[in-house]
Write a protein that binds this ligand. Structure first.
Ligand code: SAH
Length: 399
């Protein structure tokens, strides 16, 4: 994994003609057989050339199957100092968000390839930064990355949430550890005026589902006077927004008792009434509700990624279809369904097709009112579809 640096200022790796075409069209990932020549020192920052020796910017090499990940253009033709590279990219990522984000405490600051840093994610929760790295190049540069971020963002704590299976492809251990400052178990962020407790060491992902911010805002907007059902609620991000937006009640369902306790604590911390938590398997719960003829005016369906790989897609599709069909049948007249998939294998047209199939045979028409995704702090790099993993549809029962 750690070989001696053999970087020269001019050495570059050269892609095959076919791969060069893909690279020019914006594809960022390449296998070993697409690299024609060059100093193939593993896991380094390299300059990349096309088949004719023309510049394609920088890249990270790796000993994994994914031998090269492009890291975007860079002026000149020399290889930058590694520290300078990371500082410039991090600074740009921070500045890019400065104009989009309001005074929220929670935001994604670095979103991997889309920010020109393959294999690095950084989320900010107030004074706590949580990062995830899936590249040896990033890992070996942490001594440059962490102090820079800590200083620029006045962080009290920087945590590595590297309990990620993807790390094994790079020969990196799965671990959660403090990289800077003091250990902070819980931090409160305020989003749209609602307080959320984030657990950097133990919460899902880096501690919170930052990516659902636009959908949380939507739920809040729609909730007034409505009976809300929050399926796969985790710590109740949607329910808290629904209640803050004037919902008469929010029924929050999850199979995790601990998550439901956190949801209840969240409602209390925000002074919100009307939360009813229900520990259950959602698949059973929706069936039982149907048998009881229960109805809801606003349903949020935000399951975990059923398709973690392409192989699992078929089973996953069945799951999404079933759940959506059941949820649609629980909608009261004029009711809304906010339905989500966070699996990047489930592309938007396919997801819409599944929802369409779920709607077949309903005794009412269904309108597609809005399409949403993650917020602007999770930029989607248009030529890298993997960066668009969250799709959210707002549907409404037409009566
Ligand atoms: N909507 C949440 C995030 C959902 S994460 C938010 O906005 O924060 C997925 C959640 O689904 C987890 O809390 C997990 O405990 C729960 N879960 C997974 N499978 C489940 C099942 N079959 N029934 C009930 N809950 C389930």
């Amino acid at each position: 994994m750690s070989s001696e640096p053999v970087e020269s200022t001019t050495a570059a790796i050269r892609l095959s003609a076919k791969a060069s075409g893909f690279a020019r069209r914006g594809q960022p990932w390449f296998y070993g057989n697409e690299i024609e020549a060059g100093p193939l020192a593993p896991s380094r920052l390299v300059r990349v050339h096309d088949e004719g020796g023309r510049d394609l910017g920088l890249g990270f090499t790796s000993t994994s199957k994914l031998a090269l990940r492009l890291a975007g253009p860079w002026p000149g033709d020399a290889l930058p100092d590694r520290e300078a590279f990371f500082h410039v990219r991090l600074q740009a990522a921070i500045e890019r968000r400065a104009s989009w984000l309001g005074p929220e405490d929670g935001a994604r600051l670095v979103h991997g390839e889309a920010d020109g840093i393959p294999g690095l994610v950084v989320d900010r929760y107030g004074k706590v930064l949580v990062l995830q790295s899936t590249s040896v190049v990033v890992e070996e540069a942490l001594s440059a990355i962490v102090p820079f971020l800590a200083e620029r963002l006045h962080a009290d704590s920087v945590v590595a949430r590297n309990d990620l299976a993807a790390r094994k492809h790079e020969g990196l251990p799965e671990e959660v550890r403090l990289l800077h400052g003091r250990r902070i178990e819980e931090v409160t962020i305020v989003e749209h005026g609602v307080r959320h407790t984030v657990r950097p060491f133990s919460g899902h992902k880096t501690g919170f589902y930052l990516d659902q911010r636009p959908a949380r805002a939507l739920v809040r907007e729609l909730a007034k006077g409505r009976r809300v059902l929050d399926l796969f609620c985790y710590q109740g991000g949607f329910s808290l927004n629904a209640l803050a937006g004037g919902a008469v009640s929010a029924v929050a369902v999850d199979q995790s008792g601990a998550a439901l306790q956190q949801a209840a604590a969240g409602a209390q911390a925000n002074g919100l009434r009307g939360l009813f938590t229900h520990e259950a398997n959602v698949f059973d719960f929706v069936r039982e509700q149907r048998e009881k003829n229960e109805q809801y005016d606003l349903i949020v369906l935000d399951p975990p990624a059923f398709a973690k790989s392409r192989r699992e897609l078929e089973g996953a599709e069945r799951g999404y279809r079933d759940l959506n069909r059941q949820a649609l049948r629980l909608l009261a007249p004029h009711g809304f369904l906010v339905t989500c998939t966070c699996s990047h294998h489930m592309v938007l047209p396919r997801f819409e097709e599944l929802v369409r199939q779920s709607a077949a045979g309903l005794p009412f028409r269904l309108a597609l009112r809005q399409r949403l995704g993650a917020g602007p702090d999770h930029p989607v790099w248009i030529t890298h579809p993997e960066s668009e993993y969250l799709k959210v549809l707002l549907l409404q029962r037409m009566d």
